[in-house]
Design a protein around this ligand. Sequence first.
Ligand SMILES: Cc1ncc(COP(=O)(O)O)c(C=O)c1O
Length: 397
Amino acid sequence: MVSNKSDKKNLGKGTKAVHSGTAPSENSLNTPVYQTSTFYLDDNAYKMWMNGEPRAPVYSGRYFNPTNRAVERKIADLECAEDALVFSSGMAAICTSLLNFLSQGDRIVTTRNLYGGTVLSLDQDFTRFGIDVHYVDVKDLGAVENALKEKKTNVLYCETVTNPLLEVSDLPALASLAKKYGAVSIVDSTFATPISCNPIEHGFDLVIHSVTKMLNGHSDILGGTVAGSKELINQIWYKLRNFGGSMDPHQASLVERGLKTLQIRYERSTESAGQLAEWLESHPKIKKVIYPGLKSHEDYDLSKKILLGSGNMVSFVVDGGDDAGRNLMNKMKVASQAISLGGVESLISMPYSTTHASWTQEDRLAAGIDLGFIRFSTGLEDFDDLKDDFDHALSSL
Ligand SMILES: Cc1ncc(COP(=O)(O)O)c(C=O)c1O
């Protein structure tokens, strides 16, 4: 079985996605769903539990479940990390991981250019806990260094490719700044996926994903993960146990199945996204296209250094503002209007009414989310059908 080979580092990502972690039982090919809330307390489990060891196999999810473990091993291998944990959602992974390192009076340096839900929690909850949430533009490395220098910082946090502006973060530079000033570096790499980028290889301490998106890939469950060194993951395990945002084994089984096709789904949707971005860029009704694989993208050179693929997400601004944007979305027949991304089906949404609905128009414009800004998650449909869908919808504006 490939999962038991010691030199997994040399295996390709497609092979890891299929084989890593998969834990057959009773001659089954696949990992069974351990649909149980508790386990027999054998001597080993009892000893681990009494010693307070992480992952004591005594109680499901919050402690240990073999189906969840299969997913954790697969993600750890795909991220070139020592270990990983899975959670009930991306937000559970983010909040549980951050709160392992942040207490009252501590400081996190981050950017507002993040998934809107993360900013909401930082502003509403982390500040309420007395945590100093300090925003800088992480594209401005001088500003990041000043922020880290001016006050002891516990965590530096950013996204590899930001939601929804698709800016690419300079991970090697940010990781070395965090190390220099003694902060734990944590990155949400949901948009990049481990197929395109391994932040730990760029020096980051921890990498988080909303598994809800492309890792699971079928728009049928929520999930989250954090990967990193065994030491840090063990620390976070205690917070997962205490806060309780654990993944259900049935959910884990679906994630494991989804992960097996991650590489091929990523490649196919990225290919279509690149073609679509080029086509949209030349369309007279489109004011601007944002896609890291386009030469016009301000991070094009950086993306070539950090990403293996430019991803399935394309953002663009349609002429005519938010009303034109809504009209366009209403006319689409192949792509569906819905929140979320990274599924087999193409999804289209406008951040002003979805991920960034709680932001004022002023804040959105200041952040670069123009009127008529649309985010498109490219699925696995045929490119010609997606292009025709856009062509038809744009021509009716
Ligand atoms: C980049 C990013 N991180 C985290 C999350 C939160 O994940 P979840 O919805 O699984 O809690 C999202 C959700 O859209 C996201 O886009």
